[in-house]
Design a protein around this ligand. Structure first.
Ligand SMILES: Cc1cc2nc3c(=O)[nH]c(=O)nc-3n(C[C@H](O)[C@H](O)[C@H](O)COP(=O)(O)O)c2cc1C
Length: 161
């Protein structure tokens, strides 16, 4: 191994160690009707798990406040409901889930959504429903088919760094 390779290896190892030290638990929750948002949530989880082993993915129905309280980063996802090009909003199940959430002001929070044509007002509406729980949203990810893009990966890298 060359001097440069060795240095690069050590820096990468240190960076991974630091991440694991400050961010132990990531919780990804989703509301999905036909499976696309579930797929996206699982792709996000599979990617994050390679960096933070304590990554869990669950539907909003499976999620509970104990799991939320243990998480350092929470990613909340829903499918886009609306009139295709306007009035987009999360569905009722997700809104009820958001209503029942405890305060998450001590955590990093991100949002994700799947859609067919446009997310439009989706993220804005998700934030309105979360406004009593946090006002600080670290990332917004979106996908048409539930595939994790390279851009998504780089945004995820930024929030766990
Ligand atoms: C009633 C209904 C309303 C929808 N409204 C929109 C919309 O306003 N904009 C959009 O881009 N997609 C809209 N979609 C498409 C879904 O958001 C999209 O197919 C999503 O990926 C489905 O996720 P799921 O498989 O997790 O349920 C709508 C779908 C349904 C069933």
């Amino acid at each position: 191994m060359s001097y440069l390779e060795k240095n690069y290896y050590q820096i990468t190892e240190f960076s991974n160690f630091r991440k694991t030290f400050w961010m132990k638990n990531i919780l990804i929750t989703y509301q999905s009707r036909t499976g696309i948002t579930k797929k996206y949530a699982e792709e996000i989880a599979a990617y994050l798990k390679t960096k933070i082993p304590g990554t869990t993915v669950l539907s909003v129905k499976e999620c509970n406040n104990e799991l939320i309280s243990k998480a350092d980063l929470i990613l909340l996802g829903c499918w886009t409901n609306g009139l295709m090009i306007f009035l987009q909003h999360p569905d009722k199940v997700w809104k009820n889930f958001a209503k029942g959430l405890p305060s998450v002001k001590d955590k990093k929070v991100g949002l994700f959504a799947t859609y067919k044509l446009a997310t439009g007002s989706m993220f804005k509406k998700m934030k309105v429903h979360l406004s009593a729980k946090t006002s600080d949203i670290a990332v917004e990810l979106k996908s048409k088919r539930g595939n994790l893009s390279d851009n998504d990966k780089s945004l995820l890298d930024q929030i766990i760094d």
